[in-house]
Ligand binder design. Structure first.
Ligand code: GEK
Length: 250
């Protein structure tokens, strides 16, 4: 397996050879190349991860929980934990991929104080959430079937403490066909610029088609408002990838 010369991460070549279309799954092969895959596939990923530390400084309260829902290898939590100075914070990572949780556990054990974190292999749409000051859905809601999204956001809102926050990052789509086509083109260039071949791009797109369902910014805003969040602010956007900060009143 080749590695990225800059950081030694195994390089994502999962779709480099012709293969039958199979729905994308977060299995061990994906988990092994995930840092490289996510950096080369999500424009602005590294910026969002580092800025999550800044948002966490503002919203994490002493002696409270912080949930990282769909935590993968825990990059969001590690960034937040590196910035938060409040005492007694409990970091909770949840993912329904055992391969991700196993690798995340090794990282948390290396970088977080013993006893400060919990990792759970579970489906976040069926998880009971405890009170928390901050919740993060960093590119996870897009993998939840759309009819289940409102109920999940309602539960996130209900579990947040007054003054708490949700950070919701998503790949979105545009209602206007012309804007959608333009953004698609630019995103293709981003993938090519990051070394993905036409074959890799098209095979990955087919694998994700039924698994990852982007929606418009308007739909996300409406759902968050319906859950009770106000205000809902878009604090980051790169092409169709954006991140929203949604607050629960004091
Ligand atoms: C990061 N947040 O690096 N329940 C729990 N986890 C789920 C579910 C579910 N129902 N569906 C998908 N996942 C991370 C990146 S990746 C984004 C998140 C991407 C998990 C899935 O196993 C995967 O680890 C994660 O959500 C999505 O900040 O790969 O585009």
């Amino acid at each position: 397996m080749s590695t990225d010369k800059r950081n030694g991460n195994p390089r994502d070549a999962l779709f480099a050879h012709p293969q039958p279309v199979v729905d994308f799954a977060f299995n061990a092969a994906v988990a092994d190349v995930f840092p490289d895959m996510v950096r080369r596939s999500i424009p602005g990923y590294e910026t969002i991860i580092s800025q999550l530390g800044v948002l966490a400084r503002r919203y994490v309260r002493p002696q409270t929980r912080v949930y990282d829902l769909g935590c993968s290898l825990g990059a969001a939590t590690l960034s937040m934990a590196s910035q938060v100075r409040e005492p007694g914070v409990r970091w909770i990572g949840v993912d329904n991929s055992q391969a991700m949780i196993d690798r995340c556990a090794l990282r948390f054990a290396r970088h977080l104080p013993p006893g400060s974190f919990t990792l759970e292999c579970a489906d976040i749409s069926r998880l009971s959430l405890m009170p928390a000051s901050l919740m993060v859905l960093n590119f996870t809601l897009q993998f939840i079937p759309p009819p289940e999204r409102q109920a999940l956001l309602n539960r996130v809102y209900a579990a947040l403490l007054p003054g708490g926050a949700l950070v919701l990052s998503e790949k979105t789509c545009f209602a206007d066909a012309g804007q959608q086509a333009l953004i698609n083109e630019l995103y293709l260039e981003f993938k090519r610029a990051n070394g993905y071949s036409e074959l890799e791009i098209s095979q990955k797109r087919s694998a994700l088609e039924k698994v990852m369902i982007p929606e418009t910014l308007a739909i996300h805003r409406e759902r968050l408002q319906q859950a009770g969040f106000t205000p809902v602010v878009c604090w980051f956007q790169s092409f169709s990838f954006l991140s929203l900060l949604a607050l629960k009143a004091e």
